[in-house]
Structures are given as C-alpha cells and as structure tokens.
Design a binder for this molecule. Structure first.
Ligand code: GLN
Length: 508
C-alpha cells in the first residue's frame, strides 16, 4: 500500500469519504514527505503547518458531524507564492515583496478554502513569474525531483516539483507564456492553463495582464478536472472574468474519442528549421497514434505565424510588466532600501528598485519601457499586437478543421541547473510551444506522454478552442487511461545512470 500522500486527490477523496483515512492523517503523511525531501528539493518558500492542522481538523470535525463535504475537502494544497494569502507572506519570488503580508485572499484561495482544501505552504517561483527554470527566484533554486541536478521548469517550478514529489497532493500555478504547462512537463505531472478569463485573477500578483491565467498542477487528469471545478467561475472583482457558467468538468472524463479531430501542429515540432529533441518528437507522435486508436481522426496542420510568437511575446509581456511593476516603489508594498544615503524620494525609489529587483526583472522592465516609449510604441508594441492578431487567426483557422491541437509542451526534457542562466534567449526558447497558446487566450494542457532514455518525463501539450477545456480533459483522460506514466513517482526511482532522485533510496 502506498503512503497516503502518494495517492491522487480523487483517491484520497474516496478514502476520506468512507472514513478510511482522516484529513489529519493525510496531512501528516504529506508533512512527513516534506520533511524528508525539502532539504534537497527546496520546492517551498514557506510552510503553513499550524494553519494546515487547524484546517484539516476542521474538515475531520465536520465529517464526524455527518456534514456533506465538497469533493476535495481535506486534500493538501500548495500555492505558488504569487497568490495573495490573508495574513501569510506573499513574495512572488522577489526581494521587493519580502515582508508583504496581504490583508486579503485571492479569489482562487477563497475558493480552495470554501472547498476544504488544506493549505500546506507557498511554493518557489521565478521572480514575478519571469523565467522557465525557477532559477530567477530571489530565494534560491528548486530542484527537479526526477534528477536533482536539473531544473523543475518555471515559473511555477516549486508547485510542479512538490506535486511530483508528493510533498503536496495538488498545487496552483499561473501561466503567462507556459509557466504551468512547462514545469508540469519537466516534472511529469498534469498542468492545465484554462481559457483566459475562465479563472479569476483577483489577488494574483500581475505580470502581463493580457496573458496571465491561473490553473492547477495535479498528478492525473481526474484531479485536474476536480480542481477546475473548484477554481472556474465568474468573479465580478476581475473585469476580464468570463461570465459563462462553469460546467462539471468531470463529465468530460470518458475513455473514447470517437469523432474527435486531432491536429498535430507542424510549428510545435520544428522551430525555424530546428526540430524538437528526437525522443520528445517520438513520444508525441506515439501519442497521436494512440489518439487514432481511441477513435480520433488525426492529421497535421500548419500555423505559420506561430514562428513569430517568441519575439511578439517578448515585446507584449515586458511592456505590460513594466507598467504593472511600477507600483513597487518602496512605499506601498514590502521592501524599502534604508533611507540613509538617499538624497530624496526619487533616489529612495531608485535604490529600492535596484536592490529589490533581480536581473531578469530589470531586463524586462527596461525592454518594456523602451517598447512603450514615445516614438517606439507604433514600431514595437502596436506591431507586436497586430502580429498577435495573425497568430490568433491561425488558431481560428486550425479549429475550423480540428477539435484539439497537439504537440510537445517543450522541445526538450528538463535541462541542467545553470545550463541556460547565462543565455536569456536560449531560456526564452524553451517556451516556444507554450507561448502561442497564451497569445490566443486559449486553454492548454500538459500531461506525461513518455520518458527519455535517461528517465526524464516528456510532456504532451493539448490546445483547445476558447472555453474548450472539456475537449482537452476528454482527450487527456482517454489517453491517460492507456498509459501508466501518471502512476510513476519520482521518489520511487532509485539512483540510476548517475541521477540523484529526490529520495534516492527504496521507498513505498
Ligand atoms: N517563461 C516565460 C517568461 O519567462 C513564461 C513565464 C510565465 O508563463 N509566467 O516570461
């Protein structure tokens, strides 16, 4: 029998419902795993153990009284440190927010609380969600549980690493250009970025407001659907929130794909003439064959403007970030450089920002400020917005022919720590398959579809029409039923091929 924390949320939900386990026991198992792995994983920035114990006990008491509880009541949850949590420090991976304690909860945090999820901690991330490896955090690097010498992906790397190591059961992340899907892919777990506006961003630290979206990182597809049931819905406090009612996403979980049209995107398999890694390409083509066997009609499709996604993103996202980050001035939030030595308030702003922001954030603020400056706006921001329109049109056309589009989540498996830190462009390219999806505001999902010869997980990306989350879940679930990738756990792999895994000894 596996440890409780190695189970999925739906398995735990069943045990809890039958009173074969208590929320306190599930929490204890999860905390024991945290104690065991955090020294070499470093997925968390902060643990909220006392609060978690209170929440778990409250769930157990309600159940003992015979109350009807929500499906995920008593399930441990980790939050990327980008979500405002009332009374709990929220840093967004940045020194400039050190000491910031929000007076309110983000909408999604409220929803998780109402559903009885038990918050175990806040996870590490790239500063202000800018990055693809979690190496841009001001508070140290997180390691990939499958190989401690590699990155977990980013920017939601802490959330993905914790889910993969079973040091949480479910986690939340955000995705502006791939930050849920790419770390899910690198850590061998499931990540879904829903349609822009499907989940409220009230109380989520803003990076690039026309792209940011919240989503869950889970161990399997059913858990992903259950989490979407918790998170999705209208919120009048977020003006981009979609008013359409959210369905019960678990209804989409059926094991066949008759009539579904699946298009493999040529530009996802090859960028400017360079193909994705061989094993990644092979795993993705294998998945397409599996879709065919499950009853789907499969073909290939080209979306030519996808080739412009990276340059377009690196104008739009920094431009929006330069505006959003202007609020960190040493007065309103968190950190301020001590005043002595600052001649006036402008000097205080300058010093605070110089000490408070890391190099990648500074680079983006400079890029964005330049792209928005008088005389350059038309040439850069406006032009990028126009090309973004062409990318969207490519997607619209492809969806006339296909119900979902597929490709790899990332061209490679997880890379080594330090491998790309000196080369920002190489780092940016690891999101070449995920960024276009944010440009279109479309739902995108990553799920495990294989392992490389050296044992690293490979992610399959599925892209749907606007509000087409159910089609993604259906395809993902049917595929997952035919594989056992989602049942493998990083810590049950012993040291092999020189890889050091998160618990490099025989476990459960
Ligand atoms: N890696 C991309 C970036 O650095 C995307 C990040 C994200 O989705 N938050 O901006």
């Amino acid at each position: 029998m596996s440890a409780l924390n190695d189970l999925t949320a739906h398995e735990l939900s069943e045990l809890l419902g039958k009173r074969e386990a208590s929320a306190r026991e599930v929490l204890e198992a999860t905390c024991a795993r945290i104690d065991e792995v955090e020294d070499n994983l470093a997925a968390y920035l902060l643990l909220t153990r006392e609060e978690a114990e209170r929440q778990a006990s409250a769930v157990d008491e309600r159940r003992a009284r015979g109350e009807d509880l929500p499906a995920l009541a008593g399930v441990p949850l980790a939050l990327k440190d980008i979500f405002c949590t009332k009374g709990i420090e929220t840093t967004c991976g940045s020194r400039i927010l050190k000491g910031f304690v929000p007076p309110y909860d983000a909408d999604v945090v409220e929803r998780c609380r109402e559903n009885g999820l038990v918050l175990v901690g806040k996870t590490n991330m790239d500063e202000f969600a800018m990055g693809s490896s979690t190496e841009n955090s001001a508070f140290g690097v997180t390691h990939n549980p499958w190989d401690l010498e590699r990155v977990p992906g980013g920017s939601s790397g802490g959330s993905a690493a914790a889910a993969a190591a079973s040091s949480t059961i479910v986690a939340l992340g955000t995705d502006t250009g791939g930050s849920i899907r790419q770390p899910a892919s690198f850590c061998g777990v499931v990540g879904l970025k829903p349609t822009y506006g499907r989940i409220s961003r009230y109380g989520v630290v803003a990076f690039a407001s026309s792209l940011d979206q919240v989503g869950a990182i889970t161990k399997d597809v059913r858990d992903c659907a259950l989490m979407l049931n918790v998170l999705a819905g209208h919120d009048p406090r977020d003006s981009t929130s979609i008013a359409a009612p959210a369905p019960d996403y678990t209804r989409a979980l059926v094991s066949e794909l008759a009539g579904m049209r699946v298009g493999l995107v040529k530009e996802f398999m090859e960028y400017q003439g360079v193909g994705v890694d061989r094993e990644v390409g092979a795993a993705v083509r294998g998945a397409v064959e599996r879709f065919h066997e499950l009853g789907a009609e499969c073909g290939e499709v080209s979306l030519p403007h996808l080739n412009y996604s990276i340059p377009v993103y690196y104008l739009i996202a920094p431009a929006e970030a330069s505006s959003n980050l202007a609020r960190y001035d040493g007065v309103q939030y968190g950190y301020r450089t001590p005043e002595e030595g600052a001649a006036d308030i402008i000097e205080m702003y300058r010093k605070t920002r110089d000490d408070g922001f890391g190099p990648e954030v500074k680079r983006r603020i400079m890029l964005g400020t330049y792209a928005l400056s008088a005389g350059y706006y038309d040439a850069y921001y406006l032009k990028a917005s126009q090309v973004r329109g062409l990318i969207r049109r490519d997607f619209d056309r492809a969806f006339e022919q296909y119900d979902i589009l597929v490709g790899p989540t990332s061209p490679t498996v997880a890379f080594r720590l330090g491998e790309k830190t000196e080369d920002p462009i190489a780092m940016y390219l690891s999101d070449v398959c995920t960024i276009p999806v944010n440009m279109g505001g479309l739902p995108g999902m990553s799920l495990p579809c294989g392992f490389s010869p050296d044992g690293m997980p490979i992610g399959l990306q599925l892209v749907g029409r606007s509000l087409g989350e159910e089609a993604l879940l259906r395809a993902a679930y049917a595929f997952e039923q035919t594989t056992d990738f989602h049942r493998r756990r990083a810590h049950s792999v012993r040291e092999r091929n020189g890889r050091r895994c998160v618990v490099a000894r025989a476990s459960a």
